[in-house]
Design a protein around this ligand. Structure first.
Ligand code: ACO
Length: 335
């Protein structure tokens, strides 16, 4: 049995900054409401003509991660790509990355699982490296939310929260015995699948009973979110899965050097921090700048925290996510 570690990190966000004031020109909203409820000041949106796509942003983030890992695309033996906003309904983004990066005919696997997508993808990569099957697996979380949101007042409860961007990590066999992924913990609860969901396009969408039940049958292509319900479940599951991961490794909250929560909403992160009595130095947030980028939020935040020198060799780093499904999970690793 081998151990795995992150050997390189990268992220990419589109240049186009969209402030809360910009959104208030499209819909009935305002900077104070958005900041007070979510902590978000601005987000990035793909701009028509800038050439960005979900897979393309993933490639930009992956290229940086590979450089930092001192690897070339030909060293990668598998791609795990997490997104809820793929360029095409099928095939997934993984095969597009394989083509765009000129990689050999390596396996490319897409993970859905929305806001937990990166944690799930990292867990998949970890298993393949641990068993010895692959030495280097490329994990990407990338989202183009702005292409699929309702920017009229009707969609304001959802569309002000989400942003575009990508993050990537190379998961490699740990050869120097320093640090590494200690454990991953994954969960789901499908009975809440309708509380944060996008019904169409899907084969299910065309089933008459579902159309009848759909609360927004006139807007099938926009996501629905029961915000307060999601909030209440998120704060419980986040804390549970962080504690589960720590306990599995005989660790306590005082051992955490850096917690990177999925950037769902600043109020959710602050609630978890308070509940777990963690200091400001133990938690990293950047939702203020990027909004909620779903599967990309953890790798973007992890990369930024590392670039800022907030993660050092030997640190205990905890990743935790919760999202649509519901799905949730954590990763416990030593840097
Ligand atoms: N601007 C101004 N007013 C708005 C906006 C907006 N963008 N959106 C909704 N409102 C209005 C509503 O219409 C409502 O008005 P009413 O009282 O006249 O009916 C009022 O504000 C309150 O709406 P609520 O939905 O009750 O507001 P709430 O305090 O619950 O905040 C929010 C909404 C921010 C979505 C909150 O529920 C929340 O943060 N939930 C968690 C959602 C989340 O984090 N999702 C992502 C996690 S999972 C994932 O990442 C996929």
């Amino acid at each position: 049995m081998y151990t795995s570690k992150i050997s390189g990190l990268g992220h990419y966000v589109p240049e186009n900054v969209v402030t809360n004031d910009d959104l208030s020109r499209l819909m009935d909203t305002n900077d104070a409401w958005i900041q007070e409820r979510t902590g978000i000041k601005e987000r990035r949106h793909i701009k028509k003509g800038d050439g960005n796509t979900t897979s393309g942003m993933g490639v930009k983030a992956a290229t940086i991660a590979l450089e930092r890992a001192n690897l070339s695309p030909s060293d990668i033996e598998m791609i795990v790509f997490a997104t809820l906003s793929p360029d095409m309904y099928f095939p997934g983004g993984g095969v597009q990355v394989q083509e765009l990066m000129g990689m050999d005919t390596i396996p490319a696997l897409d993970v859905r699982n929305q806001c937990s997508g990166f944690v799930y993808a990292l867990s998949v990569a970890d298993q393949y490296v641990k068993t010895g099957m692959y030495k280097h697996v490329l994990v990407i979380g990338s989202e183009n939310h702005s292409g699929g949101l309702d920017f009229s007042t009707r969609g304001r409860g959802v569309s002000v929260i989400f942003g575009d961007g990508a993050g990537a990590a190379v998961v490699s066999r740990n050869t120097d015995g320093q640090g590494g992924i200690l454990s991953t913990h994954l969960h789901s609860e499908g009975k809440h699948k309708d509380e944060l969901a996008l019904q169409g396009p899907s084969t299910g969408y065309w089933v008459p009973e579902i159309i009848e039940k759909n609360p927004q049958e006139d807007i099938p292509y926009y996501p629905y979110m029961n915000g307060q319900f999601v909030f209440k479940h998120a704060i419980v599951r986040f804390t549970e899965v962080i504690m589960e991961g720590l306990k599995a490794n005989g660790l306590g909250l005082e051992d955490i050097d850096m917690l990177i929560p999925h950037q769902a909403n600043l109020r959710i992160s602050q609630f978890i921090q308070k509940k777990l009595k963690l200091s400001d130095d133990q938690v990293f947030n950047n939702i203020q700048k990027y909004g909620n980028t779903t599967a990309a939020s953890i790798p973007i935040a992890l990369t930024e925290a590392w670039e800022l020198g907030k993660i050092k060799d030997g640190d205990l780093v905890v990743l935790a996510a919760f999202g649509s499904g519901f799905t949730w999970g954590s990763v416990i690793m030593r840097w």
